[in-house]
Design a binder for this molecule. Structure first.
Ligand SMILES: Cc1ncc(COP(=O)(O)O)c(C=O)c1O
Ligand SMILES: N[C@@H](CCCC[NH3+])C(=O)O
Length: 419
């Protein structure tokens, strides 16, 4: 069963007034479905229900899509937040997510970020080094507080995803090696201002198989036993995110959340820990599309160039990771064509697809990129002085602009006019 194929919730031209949105807001524009997000949140909550001791926390990885309206919808679904910067922390709080439902991850938290999050409250700081734990200890001690902390373990497991979104091998900057964990926890126990309570792991994103996750979780399980024997009261295990989403019928089909939940239940049965999950892409990836208009079709040596008004600055994933996104006409004309789909940016990397067979389209037609709800708008930038892409939320038959197009052509920089 494909949880992402429910036509009533998915963003399909027949269900969503994409043409009206494009006319009112202009293109390119990100469009997100509230119904799909809610359904994905429910699928994840159901998949992990009853896992671990106490109520599991699904802490949505804000980095996937930090739009405030999206966060408010997910808060309403009962999700917490996994944040990696004070900006994400503030957004989560502004959306009404309670401090005790927020975990603070990230390899480079600054003293200022830790101080503000500690003052505001978090469920746990996921520390990625003993150096970070020492800094947190000093900050907490100065505030007269006890900072809840867990270490992120780097289990040295190959996630089987793209190298640039693999995070759990020895060559990656993330976490502390499993072999150094006992020493790190022992030191943290001696530091003032820390409440050593947890452990966490996250090995990468868009994972198709759950076997690497299982291997990583088993390593965590071994460590929990060893840490308890050493005197650390580990009560919270944060299993990270990373579950992949389907991108198309002929693309690799990731394991379903139910299979993931069953594996977690099996592996963690005797951990006696509360569990936290940090899904990002799973919740919002297939809840969004990037809507763009064909600027022109130009002849090419192998295939015609389909030049759209979205560029690599609007959706970076194909340029960064050679990521595959479904591309469709909003109003198909019936015929098919094989084309190279590119944007207007002055880089050859500004390519969304080469030799793609898709709906035949003409200049002025609307085209959508699928699976753009995660790591789309949030990674957009203003390269080539292009505006930051606006975002629209659709709920049933109503829709609203939830981020305006941000114009970067007005020379907002401070300019001393030196010549
Ligand atoms: C620590 C951490 N948690 C959660 C996530 C969310 O990952 P995903 O969107 O693949 O579920 C990420 C991103 O890979 C991450 O770095
Ligand atoms: N930005 C990546 C995912 C990285 C997740 C963050 N650790 C993507 O678009 O696939």
């Amino acid at each position: 069963m494909d949880h992402f194929a429910n036509r009533s919730g998915s963003l399909h031209a027949e269900d969503v007034p994409l043409t009206a949105i494009a006319e009112a807001v202009g293109t390119p524009v990100y469009v997100y479905s509230v119904a799909t997000m809610k359904r994905h949140a429910e699928v994840m909550l159901d998949a992990v229900a009853g896992c671990g001791s106490g109520e599991p926390l699904v802490a949505y990885a804000v980095k996937a899509n930090p739009n405030g309206a999206v966060l408010r919808v997910l808060q309403g679904c009962g999700l917490g937040a996994d944040v990696v910067s004070i900006g994400e922390y503030r957004r989560a709080r502004a959306a009404g997510i309670a401090p005790e439902r927020i975990v603070f991850s990230g390899v480079g938290k600054t003293a200022e970020e830790m101080a503000e999050a500690l003052a505001g409250g978090v469920l746990q700081f996921n520390a990625e080094s003993i150096e970070e734990a020492r800094m947190l200890s000093a900050i907490a001690d100065a505030q007269g507080k006890s900072a809840p902390i867990g270490f992120r373990i780097n289990p040295d497991v190959e996630a089987g995803t793209h190298a640039k979104i693999t995070t759990g091998t020895a060559d990656n900057k993330f976490g502390i090696p499993a072999a150094e964990a006992l020493g790190a926890y022992a030191e943290a126990e001696r530091l003032p201002g820390l409440k050593v309570q947890g452990i966490t792991v996250h090995i990468g994103s868009q994972l198709v198989s759950i076997a690497p996750l299982e291997a990583a979780f088993r390593r965590l399980g071994e460590l929990i036993g060893a840490l308890r024997a050493q005197g650390s009261d580990i009560r919270l295990a944060d299993l990270g995110g990373g579950l992949g989403v389907p991108h198309g019928a002929d693309q690799p089909q990731p394991a379903l959340p139910e299979a993931y939940g069953a594996m977690v239940r099996r592996v963690t049965a005797d951990w006696n820990c509360r569990l936290v999950f940090e899904p990002g892409r799973l919740i919002v990836g297939n809840a969004g599309v990037l809507l763009t208009r064909v600027v022109r079709v130009k002849p090419g040596a192998s295939h015609p160039w389909l030049i759209v008004d979205a560029g690599m600055n609007d959706l970076m994933r194909p340029a960064l990771y050679d990521a595959w996104h479904g591309i469709e006409a909003v109003t198909p004309r019936g015929a098919k064509a094989t084309v190279n789909v590119v944007g207007p940016v002055c880089e050859s990397g500004d390519t969304f697809a080469m030799a793609r067979e898709m709906d035949a389209v003409e200049a002025g037609d609307l085209v959508l990129f699928r699976t753009a709800g995660a790591y789309g708008a949030t990674m957009a930038n203003g390269y080539n002085s292009r505006p930051l892409t606006p975002e629209v939320l659709v709920d049933g038959d109503r829709w609203a602009l939830v981020r305006k197009r941000i114009d970067l052509s007005d020379c907002a920089e401070v300019d001393p006019d030196w010549r």
